[in-house]
Design a protein around this ligand. Structure first.
Ligand code: URA
Length: 258
């Protein structure tokens, strides 16, 4: 017997968190009864489970696809505005896969797609703090102070961003390439962070999930991931805060003068 939300996630419809939302919204029935309480245990081999009125398919083989998303595609599975959808770029994939997290329409780069709801949940859950690295071409040249601000956290909609790692890769005449590693997934986070310090993003590309790098996978192409690739996603520790150091010095100096 398995928890209902786990069974739904394993069927490859969505992540475990999204399955919980479906249950709470009364969209799931077990043996003809709507279930809204969390944690019910079920046996999918003998019980009939309906999600939005449709029978749950039995668990499929898990697949993991790494796509180099081009600009101009949405990462939702349908778009009211009729824009191209990332799954239309996949060839020879007969499983129903969904993107893990989002990447903006105007952002390119690494996108993981899977039918493994459990893995999607682990990658997105804040407690795992999987770092994601972006290459951002920003307007102008950020000062060391602006880079420090990005690293220590800036206010987005009243909430400070968690510590980030920021490396200035290349400064040209009017723009600069920054490599920015964050482990949160707030909407348009990198764009908002750069905007906050006065250097709006011109181009944005996600180049890695953890240590799994996009490398030279061409835009619009994808490859299957194996277990070693998946391990690379999880093999990185969170970005440590650099804030504490600057707190220690004034305290030490104060004690000296006592
Ligand atoms: N941050 C952004 O601003 N956009 C993305 O697509 C991803 C992270």
């Amino acid at each position: 017997m398995l928890r209902l939300q786990k069974v739904i996630a394993q069927a490859g419809i969505c992540s475990r968190r999204a399955a919980e939302e479906l249950i709470a919204a009364g969209k799931v029935q077990v043996d003809g009864e709507v279930v809204t309480a969390m944690g019910m245990k079920v046996d999918p081999a003998v019980q009939q489970i309906l999600v939005r009125g449709k029978p749950l398919a039995l668990a499929e083989k898990k697949i993991y696809i790494f796509l180099h998303k081009p600009v101009g595609y949405v990462t939702t599975l349908n778009d009211p505005q009729g824009r191209p959808i990332v799954t239309s770029l996949l060839r020879d994939v007969d499983a129903r896969v969904f993107p893990v997290g989002r990447l903006d329409y105007d952002t390119s780069g690494a996108l993981l797609l899977t039918n493994d709801g459990d893995l999607a949940q682990r990658i997105q859950h804040p407690s795992f703090e999987i770092p994601k690295t972006y290459e951002a071409r920003v307007k102008g040249k950020p000062s060391p102070k602006a880079i420090r601000q990005l690293e220590q956290g800036v206010l987005i909609e009243g909430r400070r961003t968690a510590p980030a790692r920021v490396v200035l890769r290349k400064a040209a005449n009017r723009s600069t390439i920054l490599e920015i590693t964050i482990h949160e997934g707030r909407k348009r986070q990198v764009r908002k962070m750069c905007e906050f310090v006065g250097h709006p993003v011109i181009e944005l590309c996600r180049i890695a999930y953890g240590r799994l790098r996009l490398g030279n996978l061409p835009s619009g192409h994808s490859r299957m991931l194996d277990s070693a690739d998946i391990a690379r996603i999880f093999s990185v520790k969170r970005v440590a805060s650099k804030k504490k150091k600057s707190w220690k010095r004034p305290t030490a100096a104060k004690n000296k003068h006592k």
